[in-house]
Design a protein around this ligand. Structure first.
Ligand code: BT5
Length: 267
């Protein structure tokens, strides 16, 4: 499959409009502009290369020309979805995790909250951003769009130099050991996004996410600067999708933000 043959397939899956650019700064920024201009629910914008790809907290996401997938989907949240906006990041991670397992038969756990890893290395990052508009209620605002940005490393060249990374990274081809058609991956991810979005507000969604949570039951470290790192056992997820940690004194801490990593054993 190539992009040309993918377009009708994406249309059949329910993607109403597709834009694919040779190079851009950030597909999330382009998609946000497109959303402001009236792009419909499920409009998809991707690029062969990003020169200012973004992660969370002003971090960078590297997308080398033609070596991976970088795309953003514009979603118009329903009233029910507006109550669970923070779950859209997980929706992206869940769809990628399921797609990788379906196509490549590789386990692809979700590192809370927004990475997909294979063999303990990052292959995918998700950045969901909300566009707000003032509501009729004085001083209030409602979400008029979610930009769901997904970056996936496909070929080995998509993996950035190790010194620029917080977590070791890899590519799907490196882990699979054979060439992978990235358009097949894109199609599968969209298929799973379509399947799981209608369940996003349900307990099933949280349970499926939890079943794929990386390092569940293991000792981890939570980084949430400027607080000092917190060590604990990752018990699972709360009903709201927070990460639940059991601290050394036995108390429970539910967290909504931060970076989790596996605790390095010191001997
Ligand atoms: C993320 O943030 O992982 C979210 C990445 C979202 C990227 C997509 S691509 C399409 C759309 N358009 C955008 O501009 N962004 C989205 P975070 O958890 O903060 O992780 C960022 C960290 O991941 C960086 O600080 C690096 O350490 C690492 N990193 C950067 N590029 C990487 C890559 N290609 N593979 C693996 N790790 C990478």
């Amino acid at each position: 499959m190539n992009l040309h043959s993918l377009a009708p397939l994406l249309r059949n899956l329910g993607i109403p409009e597709l834009r694919w650019l040779p190079s851009t700064g950030s597909t999330n920024e382009d998609a946000a502009r497109w959303a402001e201009q009236g792009a419909p629910d499920w409009a998809l914008l991707g690029a062969e290369e990003q020169t200012r790809g973004r992660g969370r907290l002003d971090r960078r996401w590297y997308t080398k020309h033609g070596a991976g997938l970088a795309f953003s989907i514009i979603l118009r949240p329903s009233v029910a979805e507006q109550k669970v906006l923070t779950r859209f990041t997980a929706l992206g991670g869940l769809a990628v995790s399921l797609a990788v397992e379906d196509l490549l038969n590789l386990k692809a756990p979700i590192k809370w909250p927004n990475d997909v890893i294979v063999h303990q290395r990052k292959v995918c990052g998700v950045l969901a951003e909300t566009l707000w508009e003032p509501s009729l209620v004085q001083g209030g605002s409602t979400p008029k769009g979610i930009i769901l940005g997904i970056g996936i490393n496909i070929a080995p060249e998509s993996v950035p130099p190790a010194q620029s990374l917080r977590l070791p990274a890899t590519s799907l081809e490196s882990e699979y050991g054979q060439p992978i058609n990235r358009w097949d991956v894109l199609g599968k991810v969209v298929e799973h996004l379509m399947q799981w979005r209608p369940k996003i507000a349900s307990p099933d969604f949280i349970r499926e996410w939890e079943a794929r949570l990386a390092w569940r039951g293991e000792q981890v470290v939570l980084d949430l600067p400027p607080r000092p790192p917190i060590s604990g056992r990752l018990v699972g997820l709360t009903d709201e999708g927070q990460a639940r940690l059991e601290l050394p004194d036995g108390s429970i801490l539910d967290v909504t933000a931060g970076d989790i990593s596996l605790r390095q054993e010191t001997t």
